[in-house]
Design a protein around this ligand. Structure first.
Ligand SMILES: Cc1cc2nc3c(=O)[nH]c(=O)nc-3n(C[C@H](O)[C@H](O)[C@H](O)COP(=O)(O)OP(=O)(O)OC[C@H]3O[C@@H](n4cnc5c(N)ncnc54)[C@H](O)[C@@H]3O)c2cc1C
Length: 222
């Protein structure tokens, strides 16, 4: 791919960065283009699949093992999304405990905590309770996946079908809860939630690709 002397891409190889994204910028997303470029077979990453000398594509292992890896990744995204939602709910709840607005307490000059407002409680508790419930469901999903991995090592793929349905559906549901919830919680922090220094603004950007990668949610629900 690159010259061993100059480290520049070889003729016929073009590499680059896709550019700054709305979030998730701690991960670089790059592109690679070939133009009339031949890659020697021995340079391919061929742990699970290979190309024969005559150009035939061969799976080296059971394709269901590769599918199990995708299931694991979807469950990891699901767990990550629930964590981000939980963190945002804690952040917004703490803000509501510290932030005071309007001196409406009878006989007092002190302003009320945001936490006193029922509408605000509704916003916070909705997302906090969703996040806590998701942790319980996801822990069951992780247990099922662990059991499936053990069974696969003994040659049985019987849990993979149900795991496929659960992991795809849960990935879509939880990442949608996270994407919508983190932004509502960010808004619940008022103007402070718009500051990058609040932290919560950045978490929304980090969660933004979850509904897209490892299977667009529109498809995952199906
Ligand atoms: C931050 C980030 C990191 C990524 N990292 C990787 C990576 O490491 N490796 C990798 O391989 N990929 C990666 N991806 C790519 C990602 O997997 C794809 O973006 C994703 O699968 C969607 O494909 P697409 O962008 O081609 O969307 P498109 O196919 O253009 O789809 C756009 C929209 O069209 C609709 N749509 C498409 N097809 C259908 C259909 N059949 N039925 C109904 N509606 C449909 C959906 O609403 C969909 O959201 C990454 C993406 C992001 C955002």
């Amino acid at each position: 791919m690159r010259s061993l002397e100059t480290h520049e891409p070889l003729p016929g190889v073009q590499v680059g960065d896709v550019g700054t994204k709305i979030g998730y910028n701690t991960i670089d997303n790059g592109y690679l283009m070939f133009n009339q470029y031949r890659v020697p077979r021995k340079a391919l990453l061929s742990r699970f699949v290979s190309i024969t000398k005559t150009g035939d594509f061969k799976m080296k292992s059971n394709p269901r093992i590769i599918y199990q890896i995708m299931v694991q990744t979807r469950i990891a995204i699901t767990a990550g999304a629930a964590n981000v939602l939980h963190r945002a709910a804690c952040c917004a709840t703490r803000y509501a405990a510290c932030r005071r607005q309007f001196a409406s307490i009878k006989g007092s000059d002190e302003e009320r905590q945001l936490l006193d407002y029922q509408l605000h409680q509704d916003t916070l508790s909705k997302h906090l309770s969703i996040a806590m419930t998701l942790h319980l469901v996801i822990s069951d999903l992780i247990n099922l996946e662990t059991q499936s991995s053990i069974e696969i090592q003994n040659g049985s793929f019987k849990l993979l079908d149900i795991l496929h349905h659960f992991s795809a559906g849960m990935k879509a549901l939880v990442t949608d809860f996270c994407y919508v919830g983190v932004d509502e919680l960010r808004q619940a922090c008022g103007g402070a939630g718009f500051l990058l220094s609040s932290g919560i603004a950045d978490w929304w950007g980090e969660a933004a690709p979850f509904p897209t990668f490892e299977g667009v949610n529109v498809i995952m629900y199906q």
